[in-house]
Write a protein that binds this ligand. Sequence first.
Ligand SMILES: Nc1ncnc2c1ncn2[C@@H]1O[C@H](COP(=O)(O)OP(=O)(O)OP(=O)(O)O)[C@@H](O)[C@H]1O
Ligand SMILES: [Mg+2]
Length: 258
Amino acid sequence: MSKIYAFANQKGGVGKTTTAINLGAYLAFSGMRVLVIDIDPQANATSSLGFDKNNLPLSIYDAIINKVPITKIILLTNHLCLDLVPSSPVLAGAEVEMVGLLAREHLLRKAIVPVVERYDYALIDCPPSFGLLTINALTAAADGVIIPVQCEYLALEGLTLLIHTINLARDTLNPRLRIRGLLMTMYDTRTNISQQVVEEVRTHFSDKVFNTLIPRNVRLSEAPSYGQTILSYDPQSKGGLAYRALAQELIMGDNLKF
Ligand SMILES: Nc1ncnc2c1ncn2[C@@H]1O[C@H](COP(=O)(O)OP(=O)(O)OP(=O)(O)O)[C@@H](O)[C@H]1O
Ligand SMILES: [Mg+2]
């Protein structure tokens, strides 16, 4: 049984993409077959995995708007067992085009049906908004949402709205939708605020928070400019070790063979 997770938070720059690609790389390294699905018109996951987002023959746009079979769109990455459904800037127009389509919230779910069972994990990287693209991701995310939360002031702000949106999507579109976990990102050991934010989020969400903390680590921000994940760029960095630990925590929690 494959697991399908969406990485969502309407707040920008909290680590959704960094988590989707690096967790994806370590899951693949652990022997899982992984498909990263980029549904953000910024196409950061696509370029972080080494592809030119402006020069792709096909992208997720063609799957959801033109009904091109997803098998024709999937790209193989530099990592064994880590595949990508790329995005492209043309996806920015999709939200408007989707409005007129039948069952517009289910377009992504339907598009990926033919391939998900080939993978152990499908990881959907969402844009920082609650538009139809994110709603499509929440509808397709059969096993839940992973919410990256940046360790900074006002981290909890916006989470209420996100959880409300997730509940709404669960009640109307995807009864299996749940919060798989909140992931604390950009944790800085040198600051008290990081510690305080983690405590605050754990107080509110207790066991929903992953034990693994993702540290602020410059190597994580450098890797995408080389089109690499942290697994190939610097696996011994603090960021690399953290995403490796997160992959183990997720696999153990999901009860898949490790
Ligand atoms: N743990 C980290 N340490 C240092 N830099 C990080 C870390 N996580 C992410 N970054 C950097 O912070 C920026 C935002 O991260 P990322 O793109 O993953 O966030 P996002 O939530 O996907 O953003 P958006 O909402 O725009 O899609 C990027 O430049 C990324 O390289
Ligand atoms: Mg992103």
